[in-house]
Unconditional design. Structure first.
Length: 253
């Protein structure tokens, strides 16, 4: 039988990203985060509204998402409980955070120039994505269980850099998940992934089917027509915002 529980944290396991941004003086800030996911070449980031990173994203609208692998766990952990904010926000003081102006040095990581944005990449990260902020929106508005205000940042990926050791042989644009070992955060602790478990039906078709715009020839024309039809059919106006429901869960049904 399941039991109703109320964990303070619902981090069920997400990859650790080191997000680099530029401070107002042009110095780089670097922060570990794991509320980050991608859909296509767009990305959603969940960020503490008091973070230096969010302030920098508002000011400059640019960042690099540097994906940490398991061999980087110690460097990532050295960045925990640090903020680039000169004045540590009260809730972070309470949690034991301190201000650190040079997070690259604190972590022992190496800045590497980006191509399309000003914040540097993290050289040690085998997968890096340069990105531009599209929007910053409230998140969990009116949710009394959210301890501190947060924002949902939508970013558009502009360029992906991958260490060649991650690529599928003979496929320059594909990452081999057997070679990529992301560092994961689950309920505040660090984990790696196990080996592949089971053949994935979703992975049977060519990965390029998910990028119809990039295909040429007759197949490209056909897939663009399918995407246009899908947009006309499904890209409809959303219903107005729903009123928040009751905050305590009811009985199991
Ligand atoms: C592994 C890890 C994952 C984290 N995930 C997030 C996250 O998803 N969102 C967030 O706002 N803070 C997250 N934090 C906390 C931030 O790193 C922390 O708020 C930090 O002070 C931000 O740095 P900044 O103030 O210099 O931007 C995470 C910390 C660690 C160590």
């Amino acid at each position: 039988m399941h039991e109703t529980i109320e964990p303070a944290i619902l981090y069920t396991g997400t990859p650790v990203v080191l997000i680099s941004t530029l401070n107002e003086d042009g110095a780089a800030n670097l922060a570990p985060m794991s509320s980050a996911w991608q859909l296509g070449w767009s990305c959603l980031l969940g960020l503490d509204a008091s973070s230096k990173t969010l302030q920098n994203l508002r000011n400059t609208r640019e960042c690099v998402l540097n994906f940490a692998s398991i061999d980087m766990v110690e460097a990532v952990d050295r960045l925990a409980l640090l903020t680039g904010s000169r004045r540590v926000p009260l809730h972070k003081t309470f949690l034991g955070y301190r201000s650190e102006p040079d997070k690259f040095a604190a972590a022992g990581l190496t800045p590497q120039p980006s191509i399309l944005v000003k914040p540097p990449r993290v050289k040690e990260c085998k997968l890096q994505m340069e990105a531009r902020v599209v929007s910053i929106a409230p998140f969990a508005k009116g949710d009394s269980r959210m301890a501190i205000p947060v924002r949902a940042v939508e970013a558009r990926i502009l360029r992906v850099h991958a260490d060649p050791c991650l690529r599928v042989e003979d496929h320059p644009n594909r990452i081999d998940p057997d070679k990529w070992r992301p560092l994961m955060m689950s309920f505040r602790r660090f984990y790696g992934l196990s080996d592949g478990l089971y053949p994935s039906r979703l992975a049977e078709g060519a990965e390029e089917l998910y990028a119809p715009g990039a295909r040429g020839g007759l197949r490209g024309v056909a897939s663009k027509a399918i995407v246009r039809a899908a947009s006309a059919r499904y890209d409809v106006r959303e219903p107005p915002e729903l009123a928040p429901g009751p905050e305590t869960a009811g009985e199991d049904v």
